[in-house]
Design a protein around this ligand. Structure first.
Ligand SMILES: [Zn+2]
Length: 343
């Protein structure tokens, strides 16, 4: 409660507003880039046992709350505008960019109407291997498997481990533990094969969980509010791929989208996007393809002169309406500001 009160005071009246203004005078205005994944119905997000309730997935009404709060305080701009401003042009106003990764069908079905309602732009980053298929990305198959098991434990011979599945949180922990096992023991192009051998049909998606189709993407490609970007072919962690494979993963996603949709792809999102998930080789491959920006999941606000191949982002919380001030606190980059002032 006290923490909440301090945040309200700081956001609206407190000394941090002054410090933020000072920082802005010194370093210029900032662009916060938000990233989300699935945008689902309120009923799914409310169901604690639903595997789609994972962090990074939110609901239509929560996105609407976020947009209403953001448009009061920021300009919501496109990724093209953000890249121009972070480069030569300079950032003249505190702004926000909305981005959504992984290309799920709900981004078309549920999210697009909300964006249109408020006339707000967004960028969708697509993994082309699953477009128009009934397959999941590899990590989604692992999550589906650990949620589809009826029992409260499972013993997997392959990893020689018994996993506790007694709650939804434990099922996530088990899924992420198994993902780590896969990454440590197998080359990424073997992930699907191994998951299928362990999980069988339990790894398959529900009807509701498919990705966008090429028809959906053709419509999105013509939609002025939407920018399409690439997110690799299979969503393999690029750092676990050798140079040849990571080049293929990046190139294939870009060329698939360009050839099938007859558009130029200018933006990329690194799978997972932590600092250890991409390197100079990946940046070189992107630059050779004519890509002009790449986003990470490194938290922070971007200002003029930001490295356009290491753009920072802030995750979309699942329940924004629970604590709007907390949401604005992160979007405004206050944690990074406090950290920089402490240095
Ligand atoms: Zn992703």
């Amino acid at each position: 409660m006290i923490k909440k009160l301090i945040k309200i005071l700081v956001l609206y009246f407190g000394p941090w507003s002054l410090l933020r203004l000072m920082k802005r005078r010194k370093e210029g205005a900032g662009i916060s880039i938000l990233y989300g994944h699935r945008v689902l119905s309120d009923a799914i997000i409310a169901d604690k046992n639903d595997p789609r309730r994972i962090t990074g997935h939110t609901s239509v009404s929560e996105v609407e709350v976020a947009i209403l709060e953001l448009i009061k305080r920021f300009d919501i701009i496109s990724m093209d505008e953000a890249v121009d401003q972070l480069g030569a042009q300079g950032v003249n106003k505190e702004s926000v960019v909305l981005t959504f990764d992984d290309g799920f069908k709900d981004n078309f079905k549920y999210l697009l109407p909300v964006l249109k309602k408020y006339n707000v732009p967004a960028t969708y980053y697509i993994n082309s291997s699953v477009i128009g298929t009934k397959h999941n990305l590899w990590f989604q198959s692992v999550i589906n498997y650990f949620f589809a098991i009826k029992e409260n434990t499972v013993k997997i011979e392959l990893s020689n481990k018994e996993y506790d599945l007694s709650s939804a949180d434990k099922r996530y922990i088990a899924a992420f533990d198994f993902m780590q096992y896969l990454q440590t023991n197998y080359k990424p192009d073997k992930f699907h094969e191994v998951i299928e051998s362990v999980a069988g049909v339990k790894a398959l998606p529900n009807d509701d969980d498919y990705h966008l189709s090429w028809d959906d993407l053709s419509i999105l490609a013509k939609e002025p509010l939407i920018t399409l970007g690439a997110h690799s072919y299979n969503h393999y962690p690029l750092a676990y791929c050798d140079e040849k494979q990571s080049k293929f993963e990046i190139e294939k996603s870009v060329t698939d989208l360009e050839e099938k949709l007859a558009i130029k792809i200018k933006h990329f999102s690194y799978p997972r996007g932590h600092v250890e998930d991409f390197n100079d080789w990946h940046i070189k491959v992107l630059k050779d393809l004519g890509i002009s920006s790449a986003v990470t999941t490194i938290r922070g606000v971007n200002r003029k002169g930001q490295d356009l191949f290491q753009i920072k982002r802030v995750g979309f919380p699942q329940n924004i309406s629970n604590d709007v001030n907390d949401f604005l606190w992160y979007v405004g980059g206050i944690p990074q500001l406090i950290a920089s002032l402490r240095q």
